[in-house]
Ligand binder design. Structure first.
Ligand code: NI
Length: 216
């Protein structure tokens, strides 16, 4: 029984800290004080330390030996590397597995969701359809190696995708991608996807100073 409780606490702490990092309650580059965090959460050091180690293996936390833990620092290079990797994986899958994607029922659900976002400007719904669209493209490969690399990358995508406020525009770009897919226009779908990712990159880099731990 005791063992289960410890494991549960560890998972809870991990999920909580991850959420605090992803919603930028903990700032990018901020030092994470294990003692303070454990006092704040009313638990012992160990689960906090374990959670931070797990987050460091996912690339959201940085460990500096003999100094401590930090929320990962996001700079222009970090963003460009993510986008370059996304373009590589997503356009490859869209090109190679286009028929699987265009004949899936998921793409129809996403189209409806995009229309809903257009009407309501619901950010949470946008986040959901964003994740569904980009993952549909990758998962269509049924290639476990590609999908597991992409899932790992998604944590970093999640970290930076709230660094811009362009979701209404992004939603329009998603619409263009989905419409091209449904019209079976592969070339236009790929072009729209690359343009979308490049736009996200530029806008995110432009907004970066707003999210850094200290003002310049
Ligand atoms: Ni998107």
């Amino acid at each position: 029984m005791r063992k289960i409780e410890v494991a549960l606490v560890r998972t809870k702490v991990y999920e909580l800290l991850k959420e605090m990092i992803l919603n930028h309650e903990l700032k990018l580059g901020e030092k994470l004080n294990v003692r303070e965090l454990s006092e704040k959460l009313g638990i012992s050091f160990t689960p906090v330390r374990d959670a931070l180690l797990q987050l460091s293996s996912e690339g959201l936390v940085k460990v500096v030996p003999r100094v401590g833990f930090f929320v990962v620092e996001v700079n222009e290079r970090f963003i460009s590397e993510i986008i370059e990797t996304r373009i590589m994986i997503e356009t490859f899958c869209l090109d190679r597995y286009f028929d699987e994607i265009s004949s899936s029922t998921e793409v129809l659900k996403i189209r409806d969701e995009i229309e809903e976002v257009k009407r309501t400007h619901d950010r949470k719904l946008f986040d959901d359809s964003d994740e569904r669209l980009h993952k549909l493209i990758v998962k269509a490969s049924s290639n476990e190696t590609i999908t597991s690399i992409y899932e790992k990358l998604w944590d970093k995508i999640d970290l930076v995708r709230h660094l811009n406020e362009r979701y209404v525009v992004s939603n329009e770009e998603h619409k263009e991608i989905v419409e091209s897919i449904l019209a079976r226009d592969k070339e236009r779908a790929i072009e729209s996807l690359v343009r979308h990712l490049k736009n996200v990159e530029n806008e995110t880099i432009k907004n970066l100073p707003l999210f850094e731990k200290t003002e310049r």
